[in-house]
Write a protein that binds this ligand. Sequence first.
Ligand SMILES: Cc1ncc(COP(=O)(O)O)c(C=O)c1O
Length: 342
Amino acid sequence: MERKSNIDWGSLPFGYSPTDYNIRATFKDGKWGKPEVSDSEYIQVHMAATGLHYGQEAFEGLKAYRGADGKVRLFRWQENAKRMRNSARGILMAEVPEGLFGEMIKEVVKRNAKYIPPYGTGATLYVRPLLFGSGPQVGVKPAEEYTFMVFVTPVGPYFKEGFHPVAVELVHDFDRAAPQGTGRFKVGGNYAAGMQASERAHQGGFASVLFLDAIEKKYIDEAGPANFFGVKNNTYITPKSNTILPSITNMSLIQIARDLGLTTERRRVPVEELETFEEAGACGTAAIISPIKKIVDHDTGRVYEYGEEAGPVSTKLYHQLRGIQEGTVEDVHGWTEVIEGV
Ligand SMILES: Cc1ncc(COP(=O)(O)O)c(C=O)c1O
C-alpha cells in the first residue's frame, strides 16, 4: 500500500505520521533471521510476550537529514547501535549486531525516501528502532524470542518558532531511575516511570522536567528525554551519573565544544551550581539543544534564570552540530554517513 505524500513539511508536528514501509527481524533458536520489509503498521505479538508483561523492551531514536547538497545523511548511527546492544544486555535481551542494525535502518530510510523532508524546512525523517521480547513467558524470565523492527516517520522542527529558550521544572517527588537500576539504558520502563512528572510539568506550562539524583536530591541528573548542560567561564559542564542515558548529542557537543576551544567537564553538578551558570540547556536528537530560560524549583521557591534568548555558546554549538548533520559544516570527525541512492 502506497500512502499519499502531499505533506506540508513546514507544519508537520513532532509526532507519528505513517510512511510506506517498516522492517522487522526475529531472533529465534539462538540466531537472527533475515529482515523482512512490511507495509503494515501493525505487528502480531504473542499475548504472553515478555515485552508486554515484564518490560523487556528497548528503543533508539536517530534521524536522517536531507543536506543542503541534496544528500541524505545519518548521524553516528553506530553509536545508536552500540547503545541498543548495551540496553539489550541491561535487561537480558538478544543483542542486535551492528551490521544488522545498519542494514535495516538504511533499508527503511531508502524505502521511504519520499518522506525525507527537503533541506530548509527544519523537518527531518525520524528513525525509530525497537527491540522487544516477543516470545512467551509467564514466570519472570527473559524471552527466548525477540523482535527487532525499525520504522521511520517525518517529524517537524522541534521548535516551531525556531531556537527559543524553554522553562523547565525541577522535580523532587519523582525519580526516573534508581542508581543501580536501568537509567543508563534506553528501555521503555524508564519513560513510564517519568510520565507522571513530565505530564504534570507540561500541564504547568513547562517544556520539560529536570530530575535530581534519586538518593540525596542534591545533584542534577537528567532533563526528561534529554541530557542537561550548563555553561560558565568558557566551560561546558554536564552531569555525571549512573542514571543518565548517555546522549549521543551530548557526546558530540562535548567534542564540538572542545573543537571550539571550550573546556569541558563531566562531573556531579550540585543544585546550587545552577545559579552560577551563564547558559543552560537540554540536549538530544529531537532538538539538538533546547536552551533553558528558567528552571523553577517549587520546593525551595527558587527560580534560576538564563534569559529569554539563547546564549552565545549554546547558539554556536547548535549551529555547528546542525551544520554537520546537514552537510554545511565539515564533518571532521567522520560522524555522518551518506545513504547512497536516495
Ligand atoms: C532519557 C534520555 N536522555 C537523553 C536523550 C538524548 O539522547 P540522544 O542525544 O542520543 O538523542 C534521550 C533521547 O534519546 C533520552 O530519552
